[in-house]
Design a protein around this ligand. Structure first.
Ligand code: 5GP
Length: 215
């Protein structure tokens, strides 16, 4: 009879063999990476650049009950749901995490994310603080990154320049931003998004380590 150690090593070699054939990493689970930061801090732009540099990363598409902004596409930017549909999905435990933010529900669909991680694909979630805490509880190995603005004035300016939110929405988001920034110490790493290129490189170093990024 094989003891456990022998058994594991044969199993690992078999997985390596399959990985080589299929060109996929079957030996390890993908990483779960959480990117959080106040609205307007530039998470979306950072994520776009990250995905362009690392097409293998899977960016989870969230569900939300907020109205689509001009140019946003259902199933690409978000899955836009009614409150009724969202609440039904909460009941059915279809979200990995969910939270209410500025009067709307936001949630991470469970199935895609769990499936990708089990396939060895690393997954990035762009979510707010309450959701990030829930992920930390259920995935202690997740890497939690918090993106900070260079200053509150700069954040407000960016929200205004974006021109996508009403004055009331901007004020509400600034209030929420203060509370979110107060929680940044709970995250594994804080990165200031002053210069996009520098911030991106710091995110890459946090995810992949020095070697892949700085070569
Ligand atoms: P926005 O309305 O600006 O697209 O997003 C508002 C906030 O909701 C942002 O901080 C964004 O990161 C967060 N968010 C987006 N998707 C999710 C999600 O699936 N879960 C949680 N908890 N927050 C999310």
């Amino acid at each position: 009879m094989l003891d456990n150690q022998q058994n594991n090593s044969i199993f690992d070699r078999f997985k390596d063999f399959l990985s080589k054939i299929f060109g996929k990493n079957l030996s390890t689970q993908g990483k779960l990476i959480v990117l959080t930061g106040p609205s307007g801090v530039g998470k979306g732009t950072l994520l776009k650049a990250l995905k362009a540099n690392h097409p293998d990363l899977f960016l989870s598409i969230s569900a939300t009950t907020r109205q689509p902004r001009v140019g946003e596409v259902d199933g690409k930017d978000y899955f836009f749901l009614t409150r009724e549909d969202f609440e039904a999905k909460i009941k059915d435990n279809l979200f990995l995490e969910w939270a209410e933010y500025a009067g709307n529900y936001y949630g991470t669909p469970r199935s895609n994310v769990e499936g990708k991680i089990n396939e060895g694909v690393s997954v990035v979630l762009e979510i707010e603080v309450i959701g990030a805490r829930k992920i930390k509880d259920s995935f202690p190995d997740a890497l939690l990154i918090f993106i900070l603005p260079p200053s509150m004035e700069e954040l407000e300016q960016r929200l205004r320049d974006r021109g996508k939110d009403s004055e009331t929405a901007i004020n509400r988001r600034m209030e929420t931003a203060k509370a979110e920034i107060a929680a940044c110490d709970e995250f594994d790493i804080n990165i200031v998004n002053d210069d996009l290129k520098v911030a991106l490189q710091k995110v890459e170093v946090a995810i992949f380590g020095d070697s892949k990024v700085l070569k």
